[in-house]
Design a protein around this ligand. Structure first.
Ligand code: AMP
Ligand code: MG
Length: 366
C-alpha cells in the first residue's frame, strides 16, 4: 500500500482526537458532529485558558500535543525534543539507533542504555505474558509482506515458514543492560515504542508543572490530568469502518491506545485486505473478525503492548486474557458491527448518533 493511504486516516484521527477533547468540542460531538470541526475550538470553554498546540511528524506518524498553563509552550518544545531523542534511540531504520546496533550485531552481545534496556525488558515481558501474541522479533516477517518498505507483496508459505524460524522473543537474552540477539533475528519496538514514549513525555510535562495536557501520538492518546476546568477529556474513538469517530470516551489521566487494520494495510492481487499486525503463529496478517482494539490504562506502554496483542488474540481470547489480568479496560469493535467493552468503561463510552444502533456487549469479570 502506498503511504498516503494511511496518512489520510492518521490525519483524520488526529483532527478528531483534537477536536473532541483538548479543543473542548464535546458538545459538537453530542450534537451529532463527528468531532472533526476544530473551528469550534474554545467555544465550549468560554473563559477557560487557551490551549497551546504543536503538531509534528515523528516515529513514522503524526503527533499533536496540546497543553494548558503558563509554561505550556516551553514544555511542549521539550516534549517534542524528547520524542525525537527517543526515536533516534529506538528506530529500526536509523543506523545510529540502539535497535539498529542490536539488529546488526551478528549475534554478539550489545550494551544498551538504561532506557532502551528497560523498554526491551518490558516488551519481552509482555511477549511472555501474552503467550507470544506480542512478538517483538516479528520484523523479518513484516519486511516480507513489504510493510517496512511500502512495497507490499504476499509471501509464499514456504518463505514465511522459513522466516518464522528466526522469530521468537524467548531466544533473546537480556542480562542487565546486555542483550544478545541471535544472528538473523531482528528486534522492533513498533508495537510498544509510541506508548512508552507517551509515558516518558507525560512525565516530563508533569515535571515541568503541567497538569492538563493531551498527547496524541498517532492515535495513541496520553491524557495528563484532566481538562483545565477539572472535567474529563472527551476523546473521539476512531471509526474503524471509515472516517470520523464512532463514539466518545470520557477519561482523565490515562492512556487510550488503539490498534487496528485500518491504520496500515494493502489490497493484494487476490483482492483481499492485508493489515500490518501479524499473527506470529502463522506469519499472516491477523484476520480474526476484529476491526479495532482500544485499551484504556494508566500506562501508555502497557496500552500499546495490549492493543496490539489483544488484536492478535481476537475476540474470545482477548476476553479470557482480560478476565485473568483485569487491570485495564478495553473496547473491541468487530468487523460485523458489534462493540464489546469491559464493565469499567461502560459508563464512560457513548456512541455517536449515526452508530447508535450498533450492538453493545459488556464484558464482565465472571
Ligand atoms: P500497533 O500500531 O501498536 O498495533 O503496532 C503495530 C506495529 O507493530 C506494526 O506496524 C508492526 O511494526 C509491529 N507488529 C506487527 N505485528 C506484531 C506483533 N504480533 N507483535 C509485535 N509487533 C507487531
Ligand atoms: Mg501497540
Amino acid at each position: 500500500m502506498k503511504r498516503r493511504l494511511w496518512v489520510i486516516p492518521a490525519l483524520l484521527c488526529m483532527l478528531c482526537m483534537t477536536a473532541c477533547s483538548a479543543a473542548g468540542t464535546a458538545a459538537g460531538v453530542e450534537n451529532g458532529h463527528d468531532g472533526r470541526d476544530s473551528s469550534s475550538a474554545g467555544n465550549a470553554e468560554e473563559g477557560a485558558q487557551d490551549p497551546v498546540q504543536t503538531d509534528f511528524f515523528a516515529m513514522d506518524t503524526y503527533m499533536t500535543f496540546t497543553a494548558y498553563g503558563d509554561r505550556a509552550r516551553e514544555a511542549l518544545t521539550l516534549a517534542e525534543e524528547e520524542i525525537r531523542r527517543l526515536e533516534s534511540e529506538w528506530s529500526v531504520t536509523d543506523e545510529d539507533s540502539e535497535i539498529w546496533k542490536i539488529n546488526h550485531s551478528g549475534g554478539q552481545p550489545v550494551t544498551l542504555s538504561d532506557e532502551t534496556a528497560q523498554i526491551v525488558r518490558f516488551a519481552l515481558g509482555m511477549a511472555e505474558e501474552t503467550d507470544g501474541a506480542l512478538e517483538p522479533t516479528i520484523y523479518p516477517v513484516l519486511t516480507a509482506w513489504g510493510f517496512t518498505t511500502d512495497e507490499n507483496r504476499i509471501p509464499g508459505e514456504e518463505e514465511l515458514r522459513s522466516l518464522l524460524e528466526n522469530v521468537g522473543y524467548e531466544k533473546v537474552e537480556l542480562n542487565g543492560n546486555q542483550i544478545t540477539l541471535p544472528a538473523g533475528m531482528e528486534l522492533d519496538l513498533g508495537a510498544v515504542g509510541k506508548g512508552y514514549a507517551g509515558d516518558l513525555t507525560a512525565e516530563l510535562l508533569e515535571e515541568k508543572g503541567i497538569t492538563s495536557a493531551l498527547l496524541d501520538i498517532g492515535g495513541n492518546v496520553q491524557a495528563v490530568g484532566s481538562r483545565p476546568d477539572g472535567t474529563d477529556w472527551r476523546l473521539g474513538l476512531r471509526n474503524p469502518y471509515g472516517e470520523g469517530s464512532i463514539g466518545v470516551l470520557s477519561v482523565s489521566d490515562c492512556a487510550v491506545v488503539t490498534s487496528g487494520d485500518y491504520e496500515r494495510y494493502f489490497i493484494g492481487e487476490d483482492g483481499k485486505e492485508y493489515g500490518h499486525i501479524i499473527d506470529p503463529e502463522t506469519g499472516y496478517p491477523v484476520d480474526n473478525g476484529l476491526a479495532s482494539v482500544t485499551i484504556i490504562t494508566e500506562e501508555g506502554k502497557k496500552g500499546d503492548a495490549l492493543s496490539t496483542s489483544m488484536f492478535v488474540k481476537g475476540l474470545e481470547q482477548a476476553q479470557e486474557y482480560w478476565r485473568t489480568h483485569p487491570d485495564f479496560d478495553m473496547i473491541l469493535i468487530t468487523e460485523d458491527g458489534q462493540i464489546y467493552l469491559t464493565e469499567g468503561v461502560q459508563d464512560r463510552f457513548e456512541l455517536n448518533g449515526s452508530f447508535g444502533n450498533m450492538e453493545v456487549h459488556v464484558i464482565t469479570a465472571d
